[in-house]
Design a protein around this ligand. Structure first.
Ligand SMILES: NC(=O)C1=CN([C@@H]2O[C@H](COP(=O)(O)OP(=O)(O)OC[C@H]3O[C@@H](n4cnc5c(N)ncnc54)[C@H](OP(=O)(O)O)[C@@H]3O)[C@@H](O)[C@H]2O)C=CC1
Ligand SMILES: CC(=O)N[C@@H](CCC(=O)OP(=O)(O)O)C(=O)O
Length: 377
């Protein structure tokens, strides 16, 4: 049959066309391997990227960069990878080669990604895990981060990578601004409810708790054992830098400015974010209707789970996974509802969502490398 088909010429032409199309398609399409570089690989989000990429069937690590840890084998910095023989050693950023690299993950502290992204070859896609490209309005960024924006000319190109709600734009993006952890857990439930006018834009209160990995691996006083263990402390009260990011997303969804109250807390745990969100409902709307709207919104999204019945989202049930679990409850006070939203800050709140964004931007199935179940108990 093959010879007969060849004789007619058609399949041969189709084969050539397929090969040409594959060459022109996004990296990753048609089974091609995506080569990635991780800048800031010695930090917590970098290590989480490496962990997840190891089970990604179409990704290959091209380089891992670091600053203080440059020159070391990766398993010396992170012995949990001692069994993986093929990992490259950590190199200084200036010694990293972009040859053959399709995607760069930027895991640098805030205010350092602008310069990096501007220096990456234009043929590479970038997923930036810092906040440097998340705020579309440059004066807002400069006010909340208290630094000048280092690449204002690139800001209009950046797409906010909240995958489930911005998939179409991520698919064609070169620069993806990976959302913050608290804003991810807040926007996934709130944005659809605001855009459907099921909740009021006034009076939204987000009471959030995070594990200490949210603050990164670089040593600082606030994450010393004695500061975190055996207690719970609010911080950034009415002033946390995630407020403008949350309000940007909620305002876009509502079609009008939304302000909210957001209080993060540091919990004595390594990973996880739990948000208890108080909302005022539109007249006559009960929790069941909010829940039904979220179930419909995320019916085809495997990483957002609206829990059944009265199941309560908890950080221990998302630990190590790319899941966001949500449930909605009626308050005793009429016209109010309580939403609970949980993620792992290092996965859906950072590196998992970053890989999800890479998959979307490279035309790969969105779930690749991300189907690992949470680690519980
Ligand atoms: N941790 C979390 O849960 C989340 C973090 N983020 C954001 O992701 C980014 C990375 O966070 P995280 O991994 O936690 O941070 P870490 O502090 O754990 O890691 C920072 C990384 O940047 C490197 N680095 C620091 N300074 C320089 C420099 N001058 N030149 C080159 N490399 C440098 C560090 O290298 P070395 O240590 O070798 O000096 C390290 O690899 C941050 O912007 C953070 O806000 C986003 C969502 C969640
Ligand atoms: C516990 C803790 O310190 N958390 C960090 C947020 C981490 C995060 O996701 O935010 P970015 O990506 O914007 O850094 C904080 O409050 O600044």
């Amino acid at each position: 049959a093959a010879t007969g088909a060849r004789a007619s010429g058609a399949p041969l032409v189709r084969g050539v066309a397929r090969r040409l199309a594959a060459r022109m398609a996004a990296p990753g399409a048609a089974g091609k391997t995506v080569r990635v570089g991780v800048v800031g690989a010695s930090g917590y989000t970098g290590a989480e990227l490496v962990r997840l990429l190891l089970s990604h069937p179409q990704a290959e690590i091209a380089f891992l960069s670091a600053e203080r840890s440059a020159g070391k084998p990766y398993a010396e910095v992170y012995p949990q990878f001692a069994h993986v023989k093929a990992l490259p050693n950590l190199v200084k950023l200036e010694d990293a080669s972009y040859d053959g690299v399709d995607v760069v993950f930027a895991c640098l502290p805030h205010a350092m990604s602008h310069k990096l992204v501007a220096s990456v070859p234009a043929r590479c896609k970038v997923v930036d895990l810092s906040a440097d490209f998340r705020l579309a309005d440059i004066p807002t960024y400069e006010k909340w981060y208290n630094v000048p924006h280092g690449a204002p000319e690139l800001q209009p190109e950046a797409v906010y990578g909240l995958c489930e709600l911005n998939r179409a734009k991520v698919a064609t993006a070169r620069i993806v601004a990976n959302p913050g952890c608290y804003p991810t857990a807040a926007q996934l439930p709130l944005a659809p409810l605001l855009s459907q006018r099921l909740i009021l834009k006034e009076g939204i209160i987000i009471d959030a708790k995070s594990g200490a990995t949210g603050a990164g691996r670089a040593p600082k006083e606030g994450t010393l054992f004695c500061e975190v263990a055996d207690g719970l402390a609010p911080y950034g009260i009415a002033s946390h830098r995630h407020l403008p990011e949350i309000e940007q997303g909620l305002s876009l969804a509502a079609g009008e400015p939304v302000m909210c109250t957001f209080t993060p807390h540091l919990m004595p745990m390594s990973r996880g974010i739990e948000e208890t969100i108080y909302v005022r409902t539109a007249p006559g709307v009960r929790a069941a209707q909010l829940k039904a709207a979220l179930q419909a919104q995320y019916a085809n999204d495997e990483f957002v789970a609206i829990l059944d019945g009265g199941a309560v989202p908890a950080t221990r049930h998302v630990r190590g996974s790319n899941l966001c679990t949500i449930n909605v409850f009626d308050d005793r006070i009429d016209g109010q509802a309580i939403i609970i939203s949980c993620i792992d800050n290092l996965v859906k709140g950072a590196s998992g969502q970053a890989i999800q964004n890479m998959n979307i931007a490279c035309g790969l199935p969105e779930h690749l490398g991300l189907r690992g179940a949470p680690v519980f108990p």
